[in-house]
Write a protein that binds this ligand. Structure first.
Ligand SMILES: NC(=O)c1ccc[n+]([C@@H]2O[C@H](COP(=O)([O-])OP(=O)(O)OC[C@H]3O[C@@H](n4cnc5c(N)ncnc54)[C@H](O)[C@@H]3O)[C@@H](O)[C@H]2O)c1
Length: 301
């Protein structure tokens, strides 16, 4: 069985797949154009978020039987279309939950104490003690939109920090200590709102002008889920008006996004989609990709 690894994947995982009898080609910087030429030769592909697997590519892949997405979001793959062609689509749902949750919690502290702005001020040779009076996290209300694997990890950590945790998720059961609320109640009563739900037709631009108008003045927003869930223009206006006191973003409607106008605002901090980019998560993702492909191969032999 011939597998094409299209994105960066742990060397130990590739080694294990080869030892199990799979033929593995690694082209982790392959372009979409190159991929569309070679994909016809492969039975399986391993992708991360960089490589998009859309219907036209699937149509060029008559031998493709399995796609493994290292990571969570399947929004980069036309999964239903692939399945309609008999292709198995798998991901590694739990491998990066702790890493993303830690980034969201880190962002919350960074926003509460203006850590980035204070550091920039120090690096500019200043001592602006009065400017950087912050807030405690303890006792504040955290609203979690989407309480799946990552949302639950965030909730656990936030409760340990003494926060009140509420969540909106029409499809999930609430973990202990988390109050289920409507989206309206979450928007109007949270001091911090963090998003941990997929980007779907239902969730695209779910947080726009009207949602910001219902939020508590001074709320802080964290998005480590997907760009496009929070309308970036509406967020910009809400930051400029002061309704939103700060925002921390790991994901953007268009990625990569050098020179994004949100980053002209001092109260915005962020990172280039690094939620799952920890050594621990990468190792777990690689191991889970290898486990799933080897198991699939052994089952199909
Ligand atoms: N920043 C990163 O690098 C990074 C890494 C991993 C995952 N993610 C993103 O985080 C998201 C969440 O990951 P997860 O592992 O917790 O997924 P999950 O499937 O375990 O949880 C998602 C939750 O969202 C809920 N949901 C779906 N539609 C909703 C809606 N309209 N309103 C409220 N809740 C809704 C689901 O019921 C589910 O409980 C992923 O979809 C992915 O896009 C980002």
């Amino acid at each position: 069985m011939k597998i094409l690894v299209c994105d960066k994947t742990e060397a130990s995982a590739i080694e294990r797949m080869r030892q199990a009898g799979l033929t593995v080609d690694v082209r982790d910087d392959i372009t979409p154009e190159e991929l569309s030429v070679v994909i016809k030769d492969y039975d399986g592909m391993v992708v991360r978020s960089r490589t998009k697997v859309r219907a036209p590519l699937i149509d060029l892949a008559p031998n493709l039987k399995v796609i493994v997405r290292g990571g969570v979001g399947l929004d980069t793959i036309d999964a239903d279309y692939a399945r309609s062609k008999g292709i198995t689509v798998m991901n590694t749902p739990l491998s990066s939950s702790a890493s993303v949750a830690e980034l969201a919690i880190g962002f919350m502290f960074a926003l509460a104490r203006s850590i980035y702005a204070a550091t920039s001020s120090m690096k500019a040779g200043k001592w602006e003690k009065k400017k950087f009076e912050g807030d405690e996290i303890a006792g504040k209300t955290l609203g979690i939109v989407g309480i799946g694997n990552i949302g639950k990890e965030v909730a656990k950590r936030a409760r340990a920090l003494g926060m009140e945790v509420i969540a909106y998720d029409p499809y999930a059961s609430m973990p202990e200590g988390v109050k289920s609320v409507s989206l309206d109640e979450l928007l109007s009563s949270s001091d911090y709102i963090t998003f941990h739900l997929p980007l779907t037709e239902e969730t695209r631009n779910m947080i726009g002008v009207e949602a910001f108008a219902r939020m508590k003045p001074g709320v802080r927003i964290i998005n480590c889920a997907r760009g496009g869930i929070v309308d970036e223009d509406a967020l910009y206006d809400a930051l400029v008006s002061g309704r939103v006191a700060g925002a921390a973003l790991d994901v953007f409607a268009q990625e990569p996004c050098e020179g994004h106008r949100l980053f002209t605002l001092e109260q915005v901090i962020g990172s280039p989609h690094i939620g799952a980019a920890t050594h621990e998560a990468q190792k777990r993702i690689g191991a889970e990709v290898a486990d799933k492909l080897i198991e699939y191969y052994q089952r199909m032999r």
